[in-house]
Write a protein that binds this ligand. Structure first.
Ligand SMILES: Cc1cc2nc3c(=O)[nH]c(=O)nc-3n(C[C@H](O)[C@H](O)[C@H](O)COP(=O)(O)OP(=O)(O)OC[C@H]3O[C@@H](n4cnc5c(N)ncnc54)[C@H](O)[C@@H]3O)c2cc1C
Length: 496
């Protein structure tokens, strides 16, 4: 590995989501000459919110975990230099981060389970809810404690041993719970974090579930501003460090000569030269941009055969703020089967909007691809009246279901709804997948070291390379920089 000071300095990054921007900031801090190219008119990707009726509607940032001192996201934000420009409010003051609501007709569940802040509190809440399963609960929570230590200790970036030797819990959590003889009620509570990251419990590697849960239970926050404010804070920080962001710049080709990257070609036909290119977009999107013969057929097969996470359908509506005050925690309505698996859930958030006396109700649910199949070959904004009607009908059903929980909404006005097709077209996510590549136990080998490619100078970043979510994606950015610099150089120059 060449010394860091002799590395070529010019870097082009495809995509300005949190993956592209955070990778760019890390490299700009190290003195690289970085340009981020974004197809949309504004930077931020899924992080960016959009405005309806003067109200900011969130897409990919509803809450953030681990921003307390010494915790992983706080370390990342401090290093990136954005902690002060992304103001947040801590959740869980009243003892609740998430409230899970269950259908009690199966007899398996309590009607509600409140997820508290803190792993000791979580263990205690489980023991109180399932007093006959105390021993099982200890066996379940111990590895989550270990995962929290590894997460906040940044072991995945700094541990001496290979990253993957840390991941000693690759067995699906579902199987572990079967072996422990866990009840369906307890199982369904533990299934929810794996749903957040789009992986069913039966195929979710235990470490992956444990890290996701640990990242939120350690501490959780809401943005005081909007997702767009967060995107602008990261974009502004990059520009302050001398990095460039070019919007309206859709990349169509990655230029490669004799398996060495040489630059990028834009849809407009313009070419840009660089000795390092980072695709901070879905790996399948990068693959489509590569010329035939640039990578081995086995790599092409591996990436094109990857299974992705499902899409999401979301509704935003304004409601009267006096009748429906802000709820300082998230609410999940959880569907369970008789074994305690969770085939589906709905997420609800009611929070203050930019308008006095008006609150915003946001609902997220699974994408239901079959509903949008007739419009698969259409583009955003050109799908016609039938699509708008189908979307509105589905959104009204979800709002009706929410009224069953919250009571009839006063001052309700639907602001917007989006489908997996919207997301597919907006951020170029294959099939409208919400969280990128499915990081399941079955795909363990195929998803290993996704940030490396066999083209010299070409690297990947973004939510698919390590894990989704703001934490997982930024972790992936650091890991990509580590693979560019080499582990020793990384340890030497990046102190988190
Ligand atoms: C509905 C939803 C809710 C979520 N809620 C949360 C949450 O509450 N908390 C949390 O931590 N995480 C949440 N997440 C996950 C989190 O938002 C994502 O993991 C993260 O934002 C992904 O960032 P990224 O940079 O990998 O991808 P993206 O944000 O998709 O960025 C990719 C960028 O590349 C651009 N691009 C694509 N193709 C090209 C091209 N050819 N040329 C140029 N540019 C291109 C796209 O336009 C886009 O801007 C949520 C995700 C979804 C979908």
């Amino acid at each position: 590995m060449a010394a860091f000071s002799s590395f070529p300095r010019d870097v082009l990054i495809i995509g300005s989501g949190v993956g592209g921007l955070s990778t760019a900031i890390i490299l700009a801090k190290l003195g690289f000459d970085v340009t981020v190219l974004e197809k949309n008119s504004q930077p931020g990707g899924l992080m960016r919110s959009y405005t309806r009726d003067g109200i900011e509607c969130a897409v990919g940032v509803h809450y953030l975990g681990s921003l307390d001192q010494g915790q992983i996201l706080r370390k990342f934000f401090d290093y990136l230099g954005v902690t002060a420009s992304i103001p947040v409010s801590r959740m869980g003051h009243d003892g609740i981060i998430d409230r899970y609501l269950f259908d009690i007709s199966s007899g398996n569940h309590p009607a509600t389970f409140d997820l508290p802040e803190g792993l000791d509190e979580f263990e205690e809440a489980l023991k109180q809810t399932f007093p006959k399963e105390q021993e099982i609960i200890v066996k379940i929570v111990d590895p989550i404690r270990k995962a929290a230590e590894q997460l906040h200790g940044l072991d995945l970036l700094y541990a001496e041993q290979n990253d993957f030797s840390l991941l000693d819990q690759s067995q699906p959590l579902g199987e572990i719970l079967d072996d422990l003889g866990c009840s369906p009620g307890l199982r369904s509570i533990l299934a929810i974090p794996s749903c957040w990251i789009g992986v069913p419990l039966q195929d979710c590697p235990a470490y992956y579930h444990n890290m996701a849960l640990a990242s939120y239970v350690s501490s959780s926050y809401r943005l005081q501003g909007s997702g767009s404010d967060m995107a602008d804070a990261l974009a502004g920080r990059l520009q302050e460090l001398g990095g460039k962001i070019v919007t309206g710049a859709e990349i169509s080709k990655i230029l490669v000569s004799s398996r060495v990257v040489t630059g990028l070609q834009l849809k407009s036909g313009e070419s840009l030269q660089a000795s390092t290119v980072i695709g901070a977009v879905h790996p399948k999107v990068v693959l489509q941009m590569l010329p035939q013969g640039a990578v081995k057929p086995s790599y092409r097969q591996r990436i094109s055969g990857l299974q992705d996470t499902h899409g999401i359908f979301s509704v935003h509506a304004r409601v009267d703020g006096n009748n429906h005050p802000e709820i300082p925690y998230n609410i999940f309505k959880v569907d369970t089967d008789s074994d305690g698996n969770v085939p589906d859930l709905r997420y609800y958030q009611i929070r203050k909007s930019e308008k006095e006396g008006v609150n915003l109700l946001s609902i997220l649910s699974s994408g239901k691809d079959e509903l949008w199949a007739p419009w698969t070959n259409t583009k955003s904004g050109r799908r016609g009246h039938d699509y708008s009607e189908a979307k509105e009908k589905h959104a009204r059903q979800l709002i009706g279901e929410a009224e069953g929980l919250f009571g009839s909404f006063k001052g309700l006005k639907m602001l917007d709804a989006y489908t997996p097709l919207t997301m597919r077209d907006w951020v170029n996510s294959p099939g409208g997948s919400a969280y990128g590549v499915l990081r399941s136990s079955s795909q363990m080998l195929a998803t290993a070291m996704l940030n490396r490619t066999s083209v010299k100078g070409l690297h990947l970043a973004g939510q698919s390379v390590m894990a989704p979510g703001i934490i997982g994606t930024i972790l992936g950015s650091f890991s990509t920089v580590k693979s560019i610099l080499g582990a020793d150089e990384f340890r030497e120059v990046i102190r988190l």
